[in-house]
Write a new protein. Structure first.
Length: 686
């Protein structure tokens, strides 16, 4: 029953927006074809909106017979009738009219407004009917389609203020996911999608405050729920004097009635029954002229309170009003409450046959509703048949006046025991099914966590192994230059060396220092490769040209030729880290290519990727080390063609950076000798 309250808020807000749409229709009249009659249809809809529910559809159908409606005119009629059926919970009929709205506007949407807007509203309307039928998956599908069209057309405005997020909130609430619904209702309230329309702001704000309170109540947080109910009532009290029309005052009374009824439910939960009764009486008084079923909720709670106090006359008086709604097939929740009250008051007044009959109908109704959700409820049919048989036996035996009272008492005991056993079985079944579902969810979550921990542990092991290899490599490579510098320093300490030898020793010390600094720089680059990527969009060919220009001096020193074939392509990447990659690959190409050698840089672009190839005709790479090129290994260190040093860290760092960009780096032998290193990266697609 509480779930329907949130959906009612949703429906009332939609009615309000229907009126906004009607009044704004004149602004788009110039964009309609001559076959449309916007002023006429808007007037018809305004009149129909003020009629009783039973007269609305008949009036609008008879009015439309008197002229030839255009496409937009027919759409307004379909939408209005859909809204009437939705308000009466006849969602299957409402869904048929939503289908007609979509079929009508889909071919016309390409013509632009208002037909494109109408298609978006039609898809949302279809989703609303599916939400009313509890077809959540179907509702989300239509909401997504409408939201996509809305984003493409940039159709954002007050008319669409309760589009995707508020519908998701309503769906989550109906599913029982109250925490998620609470998050979305708060989000919708913070967005304030009502521009400068004061009435729209008022209706929207009070409704969302009440919805948030409903979520807290469902989450068993009465203090938070009462806070938001009080906040809603305070807001209504501060703003209501601004709105003076009859329709506005009727809406304000109904809004206060809703909040009073919901707040009373929280009072009943925490045992504050006297305060709850006062609020329920206020709610009933304020909504007594409501054509909808809003006042029925409060009457049901009030009658249950009277029944608890054995005030049977008051309960019986209220049952007459409640029966009108209980007899409508689409109001199963009201019928259940009516039957519970009828069974209770009949038992308290000694009318046990009537109590039996009400209990039987209640069991059948519960059974029917359960069958809609699960096919496993069939086991209860045997018990129902046994119960019916016992009731029949009581009816036959009542003809014997001597035994009637005895049989009636026995049947009552049997009925109560049967109902108690059925209730226990049903509760145990629900609890076991809920426990199994929760255990499955917990097992799935634990498995996912274990997999994540396993991956993290594997990555940590790899990182530890890589760091251990780096430390060994650094210790090995730094020992030689530091030891050499120490020996040279001892030689320079004396005054016996000639000037020429001192100059040679100084040159050797500088070379060893440069070698050590190069190794340290590689280590720092390795650490920096693990940092977060600072992504930006840039032209890849510009970055490559910067790297080439920076290293041309080294290439010219060895009289090498460098050819670059650029291609225009933009990527989203960390420019500084990629600069290290290409600097390292170009440095290696120059280092391992002899004098007068050739280095070529090519770019190959596809729809989604770009591959940079750096090829040289140098000394190539032996087969025995090709498989471990991108690993940390002391065995792959080689000197360049001019005895340039190498530490074996550069390609390992390149691989880390490229893979962090979701890219790929690999090696292939050159056609005429030498080596080709390829780097593939994703293109930026706006």
């Amino acid at each position: 029953m509480v779930q329907n309250r949130v959906y009612q808020h949703f429906y009332y807000l939609w009615l309000l927006f229907s009126i906004v749409i009607i009044y704004s229709g004149c602004n788009q009249a110039s964009k309609l074809t001559k076959a449309e009659h916007p002023q006429l249809t808007d007037s018809i809809l305004i009149i129909a909106n003020g009629l009783p529910v039973s007269e609305k559809i008949r009036f609008i159908n008879s009015a439309y017979v008197k002229f030839t409606p255009g496409a937009d005119d027919r759409w307004k009629r379909y939408n209005f009738i859909r809204g009437v059926y939705s308000s009466q919970r006849e969602y299957l009929k409402a869904s048929d009219y939503a289908d007609s709205m979509i079929i009508l506007t889909a071919p016309l949407a390409k013509q632009g407004k208002p037909y494109s807007d109408d298609l978006i509203k039609s898809l949302f309307a279809k989703g609303d009917t599916q939400l009313g039928l509890n077809n959540f998956e179907s509702a989300i599908k239509y909401y997504d389609e409408a939201d996509d069209l809305e984003r493409i057309g940039a159709n954002k405005g007050p008319v669409h203020f309760f589009n995707y997020n508020i519908r998701l909130a309503t769906g989550f609430y109906q599913q029982g996911n109250y925490q998620q619904a609470l998050s979305y209702f708060k989000q919708v309230l913070e967005n304030k999608p009502y521009n400068n329309d004061a009435w729209l702001k008022f209706t929207f704000t009070q409704a969302q405050l009440d919805n948030i309170a409903l979520c807290f109540s469902a989450l068993n947080k009465p203090d938070s729920a009462l806070y938001y109910y009080d906040k809603a009532l305070k807001y209504i009290g501060q703003e209501q004097q601004k709105f003076t029309t009859t329709d506005q005052q009727r809406f304000i009374d109904l809004a206060k009635s809703v909040v009073y009824g919901n707040k009373a439910k929280v009072f009943l939960t925490v045992g504050r029954k006297a305060e709850a009764e006062q609020l329920l009486n206020k709610s009933v008084e304020l909504s007594k002229n409501d054509p909808g079923d809003e006042s029925i909720y409060s009457r049901e709670k009030l009658a249950a309170l009277y029944l608890e106090r054995h005030e049977t006359q008051k309960v019986s008086a209220m049952l007459d009003t409640l029966k009108m709604w209980a007899d409508k097939p689409q109001y199963a929740d009201h019928r259940m409450q009516y039957l519970k009250l009828l069974a209770g008051v009949s038992a308290q007044t000694g009318n046990f046959p009537k109590a039996y009959q009400a209990n039987q109908q209640l069991l059948l109704l519960n059974d029917s509703l359960a069958k809609q959700k699960s096919a496993n409820i069939q086991e209860n049919m045997g018990r129902l048949m046994a119960y019916n048989e016992k009731v029949s036996q009581i009816g036959r035996l009542q003809r014997d006046k001597t035994l009637s009272r005895f049989l009636l008492g026995g049947a009552m005991i049997v009925l109560l025991l049967s109902a108690f056993i059925l209730a226990l079985l049903w509760l145990n079944f629900r609890r076991s099914r809920s426990n199994v579902r929760q255990l499955k969810l917990l097992n799935d979550e634990i498995q996912i966590r274990n997999e994540d921990l396993g991956r993290a542990f594997t990555a940590l092991e790899r990182s530890y192994e890589a760091n251990a290899r780096i430390i060994q490599l650094v210790a090995h490579d730094l020992r030689s230059p530091i030891a050499a510098m120490r020996n040279f320093a001892q030689l320079l300490d004396g005054d016996t060396l000639p000037v020429v030898e001192r100059s040679n020793i100084t040159r050797l010390i500088n070379a060893d220092c440069a070698d050590a600094l190069s190794l340290i720089e590689d280590m720092l680059n390795n650490n920096a490769s693990g940092e977060l990527l600072l992504l930006e969009q840039f032209e890849l060919s510009d970055l490559l040209k910067q790297c080439i220009d920076r290293l041309l001096v080294k290439a010219h020193a060895k009289r090498q030729q460098v050819e670059f074939a650029p291609a225009q392509v933009i990527i989203n990447a960390d420019a500084e880290k990629l600069r290290r990659v290409f600097n390292n690959l170009l440095t290696n190409a120059i280092k391992f290519t002899g004098a007068k050698g050739m280095i070529k840089i090519d770019m190959h672009v596809t729809k989604t990727e770009v591959t940079v190839s750096i090829a040289d005709n140098g000394i190539g790479i032996p087969e025995d080390i090709q498989q471990k090129l991108f690993d940390i290994s002391a065995g792959i260190k080689r000197k360049g063609t001019s005895n340039e040093p190498s530490h074996g860290l550069g390609l390992f760092i390149c691989r880390q950076i490229v893979e962090a960009h979701k890219g790929k780096i690999w090696f292939s032998p050159g056609v005429d000798g030498g080596a080709v290193f390829n780097v593939t990266l994703r293109r930026y697609l706006a």
